[in-house]
Write a protein that binds this ligand. Structure first.
Ligand code: COI
Length: 359
């Protein structure tokens, strides 16, 4: 399918933020977006047009039953001025898995990749140049049938919006405190925890609020059945370093989001650093015991938005437990430096993760 590029008048171009240090996350959006519609069993009308409000029926199904999925990835301005993306094929494949899980239509991976590249190339002047800043890309699919019965919609809208972002956390690369939620869970076996479904993020808000109220930055989720095993942290995958071995929750149970950063981190750890990695259910009791005995050397979250977030302290059952010396540990620091180095073209890209966009 051809992607039509609709012209924008010079007067329609908006001023770009000038202070890259004050960008924040998810507040600014570029001039153009990609849009296409699904009806009668096929996608149509692929176009890059002005970023503007949609007109939706108040009865549109996405507004009622959360049949909505999204993705998050970034485009970078490399140190030598090129424009790249990081492992977009993984986001494309995950979006199609999320679509299948929520009974939504599949996207043609080639068209999806072209849409990403064409949009980012057209909007390249919106990409910040400061390292640590990038162009965040948010592909989204929503159900649009004007209907209140509960069933999969027959019509959908797929769109991609992009915007310049700085660091996800306003405090920068500083460790955060996390609280283990004993009242809330993020996902259960047989549910949609492995999908990037908007509903998962709505389900996370109460647990996050509970942690904030107790004075912590983020929430650590336990599994939804035994409430015993560590799953994710906030909106990120979670890793622990116990006696030099990196341990993270396995994907098999279907409750963990298969993160692109998670996969990249595990690859670097196993194949480049030759660090021992275990993907296994990790009891919170083992983590707390490790914090007490000193076996727990580091704990950190990873995701596209924040890349790596070190954890300084874990709250559990009303007590606080310090992780390592409470600072950013050497493994978290090295992973951050290497990932950012690869993304900005400063370091070799041994796994060919970097996708050329422009020129
Ligand atoms: C990420 O870590 O990339 C996320 O999933 C956060 C995003 C929903 C803002």
């Amino acid at each position: 399918m051809k992607i039509e590029v609709l012209p924008l008048a010079p007067a329609e171009l908006r001023p770009k933020p000038t202070d890259e240090k004050a960008l924040g996350f998810g507040r600014h959006f570029a001039d153009r977006m990609f849009v296409m519609e699904y009806a009668s069993g096929g996608w149509r009308n692929a176009r890059i047009q002005k970023y503007q409000p949609f007109s939706l029926e108040p009865s549109a199904m996405c507004l009622h039953y959360a049949q909505e999925i999204f993705e998050g990835l970034k485009a970078y301005r490399t140190t030598d001025g090129r424009v790249t993306m990081f492992r977009p094929a993984m986001n494309i494949a995950r979006m199609n898995r999320s679509a299948a899980a929520l009974q939504m239509p599949q996207l043609d991976p080639d068209l999806f990749l072209r849409a990403l590249k064409d949009l980012v190339a057209l909007e390249r002047d919106w990409i910040p140049t400061t390292e640590g800043c990038s162009l965040y890309i948010r592909p989204t699919m929503i159900a649009t049938d004007p209907f209140l019965g509960v069933r999969p919609s027959d019509t959908y809208l797929f769109f991609i919006i992009v915007g310049p972002v700085g660091a996800y956390y306003p405090k920068g690369f500083v460790p955060v405190s996390i609280m283990v939620s004993e009242n809330h869970v993020r996902a259960v076996r047989g549910g949609i925890g492995a999908s990037k479904a908007a509903a998962n993020y709505a389900a996370s808000l109460a647990g996050q609020a509970e942690a904030k109220k107790a004075g912590f930055d983020q929430v650590l989720w336990l599994d939804g059945v035994s409430r015993k095993y560590c799953e994710e942290v906030g909106t990120m995958n979670m890793l622990f370093v116990l006696d030099g071995t990196v341990v993270t929750a396995p994907l098999e149970g279907g409750t963990i989001l298969p993160g692109v950063t998670r996969d990249s981190v595990l690859r670097l750890l196993r194949d480049v650093y030759k660090t021992k990695v275990e993907e296994r259910p990790l009891p919170i009791d083992e983590v707390i015991e490790g914090a007490t005995t000193g076996r727990l050397q580091e704990a950190f979250g990873c995701g596209t938005a924040a890349i790596i977030t070190a954890v300084s302290e874990i709250g559990y059952q009303g007590r606080k437990h310090k992780v390592g010396n409470g600072g950013v540990g050497p493994i978290a620091r090295k992973l951050y430096d290497d990932l950012v180095g690869i993304q900005y073209g400063r370091k070799p890209d041994p796994f060919e993760w970097v996708e050329r966009v422009w020129p």
